[in-house]
Design a protein around this ligand. Sequence first.
Ligand code: M6R
Length: 589
Amino acid sequence: MCGIVGYLGKRQAAPVLIDGLYALEYRGYDSVGIALSDGSTLKIIKKIGRVKEIESARAERGMVGIGHTRWATHGDVTAENAHPHTFRGITLVHNGIIENAEKLKKQCIEEGETFASETDSEVIAHLIAAEYRGDLLDAVRRGCARLVGSYALAVLCEGEPDTVVCARMRSPLIVGKAKDGLVVASDIPAVAEKDASLYSLEDGDFARLKGDEIEIFNAAGEKTLRERMEFDLEDGAADRRGYRHFMRKEIDDIPEVLRASKEEIDRSFCNLDLYRVLCQTEYIQVVACGTAYHSGLCFQAALERVCRIPVEVDIASEYRYMDPIVRRGTLLIAVSQSGETADTLAAVRLAKRRGAFVIAVVNVKYSSLARLADAVLYTRAGREVAVAATKSFNAQLMALYSIVEAFAAVKGRRVPTLSHIERRAARTIAAAEGVRGWVPYFVGAKSVYFIGRGVDMCTALEGSLKLKEISYLPSEGYAAGELKHGTLALIEPFTPVVAILTRRDIAEKTMNAVHEAYARGASIFLVTCFEEFCTEKEIASSVLIPKCPSDFSPILSVIPLQLLAYYVSIARGNDPDKPRNLAKSVTVE
Ligand code: M6R
């Protein structure tokens, strides 16, 4: 997390940096800062809070600059800890985590140096300053050689005011030529403009931006070229299209996202030679984090029932430390919206070292995951700005269910089809608006429970995560049958319980849990495709969603839960697009 941007050219840098930082705010919004050089003096402006806090700096002069929007890892949210950091003429912005920062800091302090912040990043400026002998690129290379961890860096130097030097190690960074200048950024939307040529650095790369030339050097110090990135300005556009919040717009995007994703995935299947991969697959592992992990659970539930193939689904941050067994014939599916989640990337690297074939289900082109995987299935969710994932989850399900269909074809099994799913999604959104009436029951709740069985439990987990992250209400997703084994003790009069019920064969079993919770005073809300349950006396209110093959039902049944979280968040006075303490892309471990 954290977003970095840099510019040098013929324009004033401040507006370019500030606009770029707005586009990177999804990476963190604890504090913000820029450094500007006019060739003789360097000015640093940094503030706690969001990019708008430095709007007044637009008028500042200087044609070279770097900027940063922070998601705090080391050190509180203070102006001192905001980037850029500076030491003896070296000024830098950093995204990543320096794991040996404390040790390095101690060595610097023993040499009499002092630190202005509590961050791990400041020490990088000290190391580079110590190495500087008139060549910034060389100093950055030498300084970085002492770092353990991840970094994307943009560095300015008093001695070379016309130069920006960049470095990348396990944190994304792109460099490029834009109108009248050179740019560096964590992500395309920060610097994309018509006719810009952008290049993604590889791990271990350094780049020097000077005059109108970009030089890229690989880890061995050899001058190198990187592939030019194609991008669509529309994809990068962060346009609320008149909606009050991105999240609400992104939920309304779901039908079109499902259609576009299906089209894209069908096309990829033709090119992928997926059939051969699936034929050779004996074991399947899925790694992902957060919402993407929940899509993996939904995939497991569907694939195991439809194709009778066992699937292991792991939280990526656990997978990498559990010494996973990767047998011959293992297909590892890594799911990620951003393609930059550090834990997922680390899990993939490990699985690859152990011999797995990796398919990435990912939304962002040129992302680290897309480049690391052996094959890619792109979802077409478009840019998702709200921190809480919504449409990207539905798109992931579309991709994963397409894999289920492909496996079913390989295994000669009959599979239910997801025909006209976009129309059904649109009808679900319309029906789900009814959750607005549920809000008063949730807004002051001490805790909330989402329950379901089988695939509905996976949806429950996602519904709960959504509510937690944007409403800040304690909430749990739970197996309906497990409630009575402990959690039922937490049910008090009026505790909201949301039951998800999309499998007819086990509906009565889920209803047992509903009766048990109701008997203890819970207020019960239902998301179901079976009308007969909506009128049961226990149900305070329900959303009736269109019928869909039950193994694939989360693609619809999650929508009312996404909307519920959204409306509860607003009722509690929160910003659903930018929940506290979180960032959209989690590029640190
Ligand atoms: O970009 P990714 O899909 O890899 O991100 C994984 C999680 O960080 C993400 O899904 C997170 O849980 C969302 N904020 C949930 O809404």
